[in-house]
Design a protein around this ligand. Structure first.
Ligand code: ATP
Length: 234
């Protein structure tokens, strides 16, 4: 399988804090990597470097054969799907469910929402929402801010994968949910990842989830990759 994500000698300093130390890493197409580590180990910083929210102090980042080290976040957004810890972050609360989905579908295109949403798109949205099994397919014109945290994360997940990103970044995306909802959103994530054959990088604090999900586990400690195991070994 092709290498989809490559980090070479990445270092990140926040002033005197050396948050990422000489991290080199290759993720192949189709790998589902869970990233675990104590508070402050550097997991979010690493994800932020991949997404383009921060530039590394040194080193290079490649996604799908492109050197994205200095590519601005909005330009690499079309390669990536991302779901954050905070359910408020991935969706526009004041817009309807169908408007949010339409924006996700038009990501990277000039054509915005002013052309309206076609009947065909609406049918597709309904079908996708039905699969979430949260009853959202009958609420296309409900404002997203009225949804529960779990419903909102499920919708964000759908939006992040609507255009089949090269790489899906899940940043403790179930940490703010109650255990039952968290389980449901994790199962949904697994289902969507498998269905589209997505390569993904999931940060979690939960060792059990890190072992249960994905086919490769990376543990970070003090800014370095401390453990990196795949398949049987995992
Ligand atoms: P957590 O599990 O608590 O989210 P993490 O593994 O994601 O932790 P990071 O958030 O990447 O860890 O933090 C790595 C180190 O960098 C920590 O020492 C943290 O205090 C520091 N750090 C992170 N962001 C900043 C920032 N914007 N400014 C200064 N220091 C930062």
């Amino acid at each position: 399988m092709e290498t989809l994500l490559k980090l070479t000698d990445v270092n990140v300093f926040y002033g005197a804090i050396h948050a990422i130390r000489d991290v080199s890493l290759e993720v192949r197409e189709g790998e589902i990597v869970t990233l675990i580590g104590a508070n402050g180990a550097g997991k979010s910083t690493l994800l932020n470097c991949v997404s383009g929210a921060y530039a590394p102090t040194s080193g290079e980042i490649w996604i799908d054969g492109q050197n994205v080290t200095h590519m601005p976040e909005h330009r690499r957004a079309k390669l990536l799907g991302r779901v954050f810890q905070d359910p408020m972050m991935g969706t526009a609360g004041n817009m309807w469910i169908e408007e949010n989905l339409a924006l996700a579908l038009r990501r990277g295109q000039k054509r915005g929402l002013r052309w309206g949403i076609t009947q065909k798109e609406r049918e597709m949205f309904k079908e996708q929402l039905r699969r979430l099994d949260l009853g959202l397919e009958d609420r296309l014109s409900t404002k997203v801010k009225l949804l529960s945290g779990g419903q909102r994360q499920a919708l964000t997940l759908l939006m992040a994968t609507l255009q089949k990103p090269k790489l899906l970044l899940l940043d403790e995306h179930t940490a703010a949910l109650d255990p039952k909802t968290a389980r449901k959103v994790l199962e949904l994530s697994e289902q969507i990842i498998e269905e589209h054959g997505l390569t993904s990088l999931m940060v979690t604090h939960n060792m059990r989830d890190a072992i249960r999900y994905g086919n490769r586990l990376i543990m970070m400690h003090d800014g370095r990759v401390a453990v990196d195991v795949s398949g049987e070994e995992k």
